[in-house]
Design a protein around this ligand. Structure first.
Ligand code: OGA
Ligand code: MN
Length: 284
């Protein structure tokens, strides 16, 4: 079987058909998926009902999986599947004011997964198990296309900069009480390169998002202003793909070179998403 690849925007994102991810797919098809991933950064696989075990098996073909860190905030601590849900144990919809939901609103800021860890994520795989009838989209922004959109002078200025990424900083933008002292201790700020290079095609990209707090060696405000400007540049409409979910879509994205954010939805609707995350490599 040969996979079909359809581009979704001029810059990035593609839809993949012609595979059944619940089965062990042939190595030739897997190689084609990997090639498409390096090229397009976001891959949408429509109509892929998966159990957690099937999702884990497919995800592990790309590499080692992260374990969820939000041990006290989310169920399933230490497991390779993170469940993003607004459905409680009794099947009821959890109120948006509930602390668990407030914590998850962090996903509505433009970010790249685990950039606050010394080893950030390479890829995330998100399976839409129950999706709202309206809203609740996930938007993606290409940090590669955004890099290409800079002029040479800007590119040179940014080339060797290091950003400090800090989970406590991004969460403080929602509510300063969301992280306790123990959480802060577990997640100290980390250094990340501002410019990354894809190891396969050598294309360069910016690497920023909500966890980027300041620029190493620069006055705090000057660095923060630059980060805010660059995040605004990356998330310009021309670099965005907006994914409207259908049930059982599997969407996978390249955290090395794309930002993403969840969009709000009518909170009476259920939204249940299961995510696996593949570990990446250090950027500095
Ligand atoms: C994530 C995430 C956004 C969404 O799973 O990492 O940011 O739309 N999700 O659920
Ligand atoms: Mn995320």
């Amino acid at each position: 079987m040969t996979i079909l690849v359809n581009r979704l925007t001029d810059n990035f994102a593609a839809e993949i058909r012609g595979v059944d991810l619940s089965q062990k797919i042939p190595s030739g098809d897997f190689a084609d998926i990997k090639t498409a991933f390096e090229q397009h950064s976001i891959l949408v696989f429509p109509d892929q009902p998966l159990t957690d075990q099937q999702q884990i098996i497919f995800s592990e073909r790309f590499g080692e999986l992260e374990k969820t860190i939000n041990s006290k905030k989310q169920s399933g601590a230490g497991k390779p599947v993170t469940v993003l849900t607004n459905v409680g144990k009794g099947g009821e919809v959890i109120a948006p004011e509930d602390r668990r939901m407030v914590f998850n609103t962090g996903n509505q800021m433009w970010h790249t997964d685990s950039s606050f860890k010394p080893v950030p994520a390479m890829m995330s795989l998100l399976s839409g198990r129950e999706v709202p009838s309206e809203g609740g989209e996930t938007e993606f922004a290409s940090m590669r296309a955004a890099y290409d959109g800079l002029d040479d002078k800007q590119k040179n200025e940014l080339e060797h900069l290091i950003c400090i990424h800090d989970f406590a900083y991004s969460r403080s933008l929602i509510d300063t009480s969301l992280l306790d002292r123990e959480d802060r201790h577990e997640l100290p700020p980390v250094r990340q390169a501002m410019i990354r290079i894809n190891p396969v095609n050598r294309r360069k990209n910016l690497f920023l998002g909500a966890h980027a707090s300041y620029v190493e060696g620069w006055p705090l405000e000057k660095g923060r202003t630059l980060i805010i400007e660059l995040n605004r540049h990356i998330t310009d409409n021309k670099y965005i793909y907006k994914h409207t979910w259908k049930r059982n879509d599997l969407v996978i994205w390249d955290n090395r070179c794309a930002l993403h954010r969840g969009r709000p939805w009518q909170k009476i609707d259920k939204r249940v998403m299961h995510r696996t995350t593949v570990v990446g490599s250090m950027t500095v």
